[in-house]
Design a protein around this ligand. Structure first.
Ligand code: ACO
Length: 338
């Protein structure tokens, strides 16, 4: 019988992602917005992005990514955590529907709402489920159909956001194993919640059928101020995560994976952390900002391409609405994404 570790760590055992097939180019956007391919490329780093077809919902993306992660892990899960900004409907959570469609039966299933930081909040939640013995294997999916809440007439957001889903399977294991999730540094600043918001559709201001101002159900972002906040919090949380992992500092990272919000933000944050360009993972050029899905899609694509390999010291960080942020540092395991 193998020795039982003092602490049950959550270990990454499977990985997958799914992007909807429809692609929107910058030139497509210039046909309906006062913008240009040049502005979008130089200010955001984005050239194309994947978007859902009408009628496709977050759960549809989540089921595809979840199935791939389960195949990659070669087994099931006894809990499903779905990080999303765009649940299929306000009530109930979308995770139980996803679990049922994946054939996982009557397992624990719930949503985590932390906007673009959702994957890291979900990782901490999944690790807690495993550490407490509540679950043995957790399917963590991060999925967003972000274009369903973006105002198509708002050039400040419509050029950035896109749709997709990524997932990991976490199993119980030893804290010293590659793939073990250690401390996840998390933070929030609700005093600045208005910088990134969908004003209506909740209990404060109901849907536009009853709200005073139609259009309040669209997503809004104070881009310039959010940019400033994003760099500061991703840098500070990355430093804490590197320290918690026992590294000399963030510069030890073989690979740096940050929420793909904007290529300039990523460049600035990585520069401040002392991480050279060849160690920065990025897919923003052809994926855009997929909200909560951003990090696991990036990891799945990088692992498939081989730019992220077993044994790499990986630093992960994200920032989003809430405001919310997080970071964690781990040794990348030998997993094959599906
Ligand atoms: N095309 C052309 N011009 C534009 C566009 C566009 N698509 N969007 C804005 N502009 C204009 C503005 O109107 C402004 O014009 P003005 O100078 O005449 O007033 C000018 O460009 C500069 O505007 P800024 O908002 O200062 O542009 P900036 O360089 O900051 O880029 C952007 C805007 C891309 C939104 C950037 O601020 C950004 O990426 N912010 C952070 C995004 C982020 O990290 N979000 C958090 C995670 S996402 C989440 O949680 C949901």
């Amino acid at each position: 019988m193998s020795a039982v570790p003092d602490r049950r760590a959550a270990v990454i055992a499977g990985l997958g992602c799914h992007l909807p097939p429809d692609v929107v180019t910058n030139d497509d956007l210039t046909r309906r917005l006062d913008t240009s391919d040049e502005w979008i490329r130089t200010r955001t780093g984005i050239a194309t992005r994947h978007v859902v077809a009408p009628g496709v919902a977050t759960s549809d993306l989540a089921v595809e990514a979840g199935r791939r992660a389960l195949d990659s892990a070669g087994g099931g899960a006894d809990a499903v955590v779905l990080a999303t900004t765009t649940p299929d409907r306000p009530c109930p959570a979308t995770a139980p529907d996803v679990a049922a469609r994946l054939g996982l039966g009557q397992v624990a299933a719930f949503d985590v709402s932390a906007v673009c930081s959702g994957f890291l909040y979900g990782l901490a939640t999944a690790a807690g489920l495993i550490a407490s013995g509540t679950a043995g294997r957790v399917l963590l999916i991060a999925a967003d159909a972000f274009t369903t809440i973006v105002d198509p007439a708002d050039r400040g957001t419509a050029v950035i956001f896109a749709d997709g889903a990524g997932a990991v399977v976490l199993r119980a294991g030893d804290p010293a194993e590659p793939g073990a999730v250690g401390r996840v540094v998390l933070g929030s600043d609700g005093a600045l919640s208005g910088l990134i918001e969908v004003p209506a559709g909740g209990s404060r201001q109901r849907s536009s059928r009853t709200a005073a101002a139609p259009g309040e159900e669209f997503f809004r972002m104070a881009g310039r101020e959010v940019y400033r906040q994003a760099v500061g919090h991703m840098v500070a949380s990355s430093r804490l995560a590197a320290e918690a992992a026992g590294w000399n500092g963030p510069g030890d990272a073989d690979r740096f994976a940050a929420h793909q919000a904007n290529a300039r933000i990523l460049g600035t944050a990585a520069g401040e952390l002392g991480i050279p360009p060849e160690r920065r993972l990025s897919n923003i050029e052809h994926v855009g900002n997929t909200g909560a899905a951003s990090l696991p899609v990036l990891l799945a694509q990088a692992a498939a391409e081989g730019t992220l390999a077993a044994g790499h010291l990986l630093l992960l960080t994200a920032f989003g609405g809430g405001l919310s942020w997080g970071a964690t540092a781990l040794v990348w395991p030998d997993v094959k994404p599906c």
